[in-house]
Design a protein around this ligand. Structure first.
Ligand code: SF4
Length: 302
């Protein structure tokens, strides 16, 4: 007992204290890829190496429509290795309420050899629901960054906002039931991280519960295997209204690396109505909290 007490005192408090100490985020954390659409010379090499089809293109009548789908992206960085117009960032707050909002497209006029002659139009990242975070790039093509607000402050700000909304919409707390619908457990490790002494989301009034009958929100990971489909439906049906569904990770958003096949349905929205999509492979605790915040906002609007 004395040894335990001695060790506890020696360790001290590891939980991020608000508001004095912002949460730390690893500078090497990998987030979404960023494409310099204006200077993109050719979408084909990146589309060829992309393992999930997150980067894709379609040519028609001398015009190419190239797409980056963050709902499919596993943040592997292969595209950035073959294309200097693409770089990996550490931006992870990417949750969206509509699946289409995770897709970014650009149209190009083509040269005879299939390279891009000129950009006709492009969409851009917008509407994340929180102020833009500091975007840091790393790897081979690391360059200057866009700065609006340090990333390591984002968890704090998001947590405060979340707590306020939970109080307003749900009373004192938000109860979450998590269902692994066939994930590799990468997302589960990050979800467990939310409850770790470092993040300690119970401070914000968020509690994970065992019974769906006690839950306000269903957090679903995995591409939804056919074996888990019935269990997922039953869990959802057992929840009291109003209920929220958050699809976690590339698998939950789109089927990810598994896609749609004989064993996988290809994403949570193939089974249940999804309120918020949280991209990432896996999404880190900051990204998860940002997604939960988006979902609470949705409940607020009902
Ligand atoms: S980082 Fe995303 S877009 Fe790039 S190759 Fe990997 S999965 Fe595809």
């Amino acid at each position: 007992m004395l040894q335990i007490l001695r060790k506890s005192f020696a360790t001290g408090v590891v939980t991020t204290s608000y508001p004095e100490t912002p949460a730390e985020i690893s500078p090497g954390a990998r987030g979404r890829p960023e494409i310099d659409f204006a200077n993109w010379k050719d979408a084909r090499p990146a589309a060829e190496v992309c393992p999930t089809g997150a980067i894709a293109f379609a040519d028609e009548g001398g015009v190419r429509t190239a797409t980056l789908d963050l709902g499919k992206c596993v943040f592997c960085g292969l595209c950035a290795e073959v294309d200097s117009a693409i770089r990996m960032t550490n931006q992870c707050e990417l949750a969206k309420r509509r699946r289409e909002d995770l897709k970014f497209t650009a149209k190009y006029e083509l040269n005879p050899d299939g390279t891009h002659k000129a950009m006709i139009v492009s969409s851009s990242l917008s509407g994340t629901g929180v102020p833009p975070a500091r975007i840091e790039t790393h790897g081979r093509d690391a360059r200057a960054t866009t700065v609006a607000r340090p990333t390591n402050e984002s968890f704090e700000a998001t947590g405060r906002e979340l707590q306020a909304r939970i109080h307003k919409v749900l009373g004192r707390s938000l109860h979450i039931r998590e269902v692994d619908a066939g994930s590799c457990n990468g997302c589960e490790i990050e979800i467990v991280g939310l409850n770790s002494p470092i993040y300690d989301v119970e401070r914000f009034g968020i509690h994970f519960v065992a019974s769906p009958r006690h839950a306000d929100m269903l957090l679903v990971t995995g591409p939804v295997t056919r074996n888990m489909e019935l269990a997922l439906r039953k869990t959802y049906d057992a929840m009291p209204a109003p209920r929220l569904v958050v699809a976690v990770g590339a698998c939950g958003c789109s089927g990810g690396i598994f896609g749609q096949n004989y064993a996988s349905l290809g994403g949570v929205d193939k089974v249940l109505p999804v309120d918020v999509y949280v991209p990432g492979c896996p999404p880190n605790p900051h990204a998860l909290l940002h997604g939960i915040l988006q979902a609470i906002g949705r409940l607020d609007e009902r």
